[in-house]
Design a protein around this ligand. Structure first.
Ligand code: FAD
Length: 307
């Protein structure tokens, strides 16, 4: 008969690995589907300076490797595969990947959210070398430097305002001639002497060999091109939660973020969610890890209640 895991965890970012550490250490049998991006979003970055416990900072991939080893130490099994289907309509739940179907008494979804990028080769090449999608994470590295923010919504204004604490100047680049951001955020941004705007424009190339030195912009109305000298580019054009597998099954908001209904438990008893997949507000490694801990404790208590 096929093994039934106490917990299957989908995702190997800080939320998934922390859930695995707690669940495995509570003597539960645990399988982690690590997915296409083993280690999650922090694999895309270099220095992480705001994760507690590493006073000198730590490389993102090193931090994630340590979390994985910690979960393995307590017996969590790892599969570097994507989950391709889930069946939450029967118990045990059935989780399917390319290598087969796996059974679980309970499931934690920690599939994260992906930042939306412009899709330029130069942008991809310079990710972590001046191109970022997180001002809270990387703003500190741009003290006294000129940076640009792409976007026109509330997040873009928040990122721009936050960056003024460090950067000497912040240029917001927006495709339209008006902002989507709320009135209050617009006013704050317009009032800030460190922020200026370039309207009706898009980034067509990020300049620089090993680090960002500037941007090539095109006016979408006139086609005119210009170069902007900056050392940082922050994308604030939204995030996409990785929840397509669960659409129609789990309660979600309009953007596709899972909405837990009781602590970390979703509308399906025994299915929990943690990390960026439920969080469009904080989006930090430490909050994701905290959520993973909460989900594992909730799962453990729920399993006990079922015994
Ligand atoms: P993620 O880290 O997004 O992990 C999601 C996991 O789900 C991945 O392992 C993926 O493979 C897996 N997955 C998705 N779909 C499937 C599927 N179908 N089947 C199986 N697995 C699946 N935060 C900080 O606190 N400090 C920083 O300095 C910092 N820097 C950052 C730099 C960059 C470039 C980026 C992009 C983010 C940064 N962040 C930082 C944010 C931080 O990385 C995230 O908040 C955190 O990783 C979220 O953790 P998570 O576990 O919820 O999801």
């Amino acid at each position: 008969m096929a093994k039934v895991y106490d917990a299957i965890i989908i995702g190997s970012g800080p939320a998934g690995y922390t859930a695995a550490i707690y669940a495995a250490r509570a003597n539960l049998s645990v399988l982690v589907f690590q997915g296409y991006q083993v280690g999650g979003q922090l694999m895309l970055t270099s220095e992480v300076e705001n994760y507690p416990g590493f006073e000198e900072g730590i490389l993102g991939p090193t931090l994630m490797e340590k979390m994985e080893q910690q979960a393995r130490r307590f017996g969590a099994e790892m599969l570097p595969e994507d989950v391709t289907a889930v069946d939450f309509s029967r118990r045990p739940f059935v989780i399917t990947s390319d290598s087969g179907s796996y059974l679980a008494r309970a499931v934690i979804i920690a599939t994260g959210a992906s930042a939306k990028w412009l899709g330029l080769p130069s942008e991809q090449r310079l990710q972590g070398r001046g191109v970022s999608a997180c001002a809270t994470c990387d703003g500190f590295f741009f003290r006294g430097k000129e940076v640009a923010v792409v976007g026109g919504g509330d997040t873009a204004m928040e990122e721009a305002l936050f960056l003024t604490r460090y950067a000497s100047h912040v240029t917001v680049i927006h495709r339209r001639d008006t902002l989507r951001a709320s009135k209050i955020m617009q006013e704050r941004a317009f009032k800030n002497p460190k922020i200026s705007f370039i309207w009706n424009s898009e980034v067509i190339e990020v300049l620089g060999e090993d680090a960002v030195t500037g941007l090539r912009l095109r006016n979408v109305k006139t086609g005119e091109e210009q170069t902007l000298t900056v050392e940082g580019l922050f994308l604030a054009i939204g995030h996409q939660p990785n929840t397509s597998l669960f659409r129609g099954l789990l309660q979600m908001d309009e953007a596709g973020y899972i909405i837990p209904v009781e602590h970390t438990m979703t509308n399906i008893p025994g299915v929990f969610a943690a990390g960026d997949v439920t969080d469009h507000r904080y989006r930090q490694a430490v909050t994701a890890a905290g959520d993973g801990c909460r989900a594992a404790i909730d799962l453990e208590r729920w399993l006990e209640s079922q015994a």
